[in-house]
Design a protein around this ligand. Structure first.
Ligand code: NAD
Ligand code: TYD
Length: 342
């Protein structure tokens, strides 16, 4: 049995990852370290609490004592804890630097102190957003692991700083640090500030969907289960010091995505509200994950659309109680203030 520390396990990706580790693998014991910020929700882990292989610690990765005690006895770290929403990084940048940059360094340092030398694997869950933005004009160009790191939002810059620190801890101390850079995730339990659950739940509430700018920005959408499988493949078969891109060749413009959601929901295009563009809005993300296919034997299997999107929309339809509790008044106020959407 391997004891794995998962940070940020009460969030969207962390909770799906933990559920997969407990239900599809017998060899993992999971310790979940999560500060329970606005996006951390233990209801995402309903059903896991009673599992003897699961335990939860409420704590902040950027606190050295918390980090040191959480890693005690662990055989590996999967570090997901972060501030994750670009729009929030525009209105309030500082928490991103504290959680994503200082938090990552604090956990790396705790792991170094505990392990010494190469130690056991530390997997840093980064993002394709660290590569910055691609133009729409050259659709054949995609990010590879050797693409320059030129982040353009405070979110991606604070994640890229964590990325560089992870690399530095490998290079300087010889630690077994591995990095994944995944594209945009969709699936159950995603906080309804991200575009897919926001649009689906808005429509269920009879509200319009706020589409930024011209709607032509492109994202590569991957199912959260495929991301979780990629993280576990990196843990099991990855190598120290290596970076693995994870994507699903499922590039869609926001306009195309919005039309697909409206179609699935059976609502008309009049439900689109064109709002001002996000500041510094990255135009296109596109990822080449051939290295992960070659070296980890991983590829996206559960991401294909329209099936994957339809099932995800259905999940939000079936779990109205979950998202209604999450979509609090405070959250709506933030949205109204920033984008003037009611
Ligand atoms: P999320 O916001 O749903 O979850 C983040 C979790 O981290 C929350 O449970 C929160 O409480 C916790 N957290 C935040 N600060 C913390 C701290 N200081 N100490 C302990 N816990 C803390 O985000 P998500 O979408 O699940 O993203 C998880 C990770 O995956 C992030 O590192 C993100 O950068 C990365 N990622 C996300 C995507 C995506 O599409 N969502 C794509 C690629 C990579
Ligand atoms: P988001 O889900 O916030 O992910 P990210 O910014 O990390 O890619 O946004 C996905 C795309 O959808 C992005 O191009 C911004 C756009 N978007 C809207 O048009 N309206 C919205 O209300 C939101 C939240 C996002």
């Amino acid at each position: 049995m391997k004891k794995i520390l998962v940070t940020g396990g009460a969030g969207f990706i962390g909770s799906n990852l933990i559920r997969m580790m407990l239900s599809e693998h017998e060899g993992y014991e999971v310790v979940n370290l999560d500060v329970l910020s606005y996006s951390g929700n233990l209801e995402n882990l309903t059903g896991c609490e009673g599992d003897p292989r699961y335990s939860f610690i409420k704590g902040d990765v950027s606190e050295p004592d918390t980090a040191a005690s959480a890693i005690e006895g662990c055989d590996a770290v999967l570090h997901l804890a972060a501030e994750s929403h670009v729009d929030r990084s525009i209105t309030g940048p500082r928490p991103f630097v504290v959680a994503n940059t200082l938090g990552t360094q604090t956990l790396l340092e705790a792991w170094r102190q505990a392990q010494g030398g190469e130690g056991a694997p530390f997997v840093y869950i980064s993002t394709d957003e660290v590569y910055g933005s691609l133009p729409l004009e050259n659709p054949e160009v995609r990010f590879t692991e050797d693409s320059p790191i030129v982040p353009s939002s405070v979110y991606s810059a604070s994640k890229a700083a964590g990325d560089h620190l992870a690399h530095a801890y490998h290079h300087t101390y010889g630690m077994d640090v591995r990095i994944t850079r995944c594209s945009n995730n969709f699936g159950p339990y995603q906080f309804p500030e991200k575009v897919i659950p926001l649009f689906v739940t808005n429509l269920m509430e009879g509200r319009k969907v706020p589409l930024y700018g011209d709607g032509l920005n492109v994202r590569d959408w991957i199912h959260v289960d495929d991301h979780a499988r990629g993280i576990l493949a990196t843990l099991e078969r990855g190598k120290a010091g290596e970076v693995y891109n994870l994507g699903s060749d499922n590039e869609r413009s926001n306009l195309e995505l919005t039309h697909m959601i409206l179609d699935i929901m059976g609502t008309g295009k009049d439900m689109i509200e064109h709002v001002e563009d996000r500041l510094g809005h990255d135009r296109r993300y596109a990822i080449d994950s051939s290295k992960a296919q070659r070296e980890l034997g991983w590829q996206a299997e559960r991401s294909a659309w329209p099936d994957g999107l339809e099932k995800t929309v259905q999940w939000y339809r079936d779990n109205e109680e979950w998202w209604r509790r999450v979509k609090s008044g405070a959250y709506r106020e933030y949205y109204e203030k920033q984008y003037g959407v009611r």
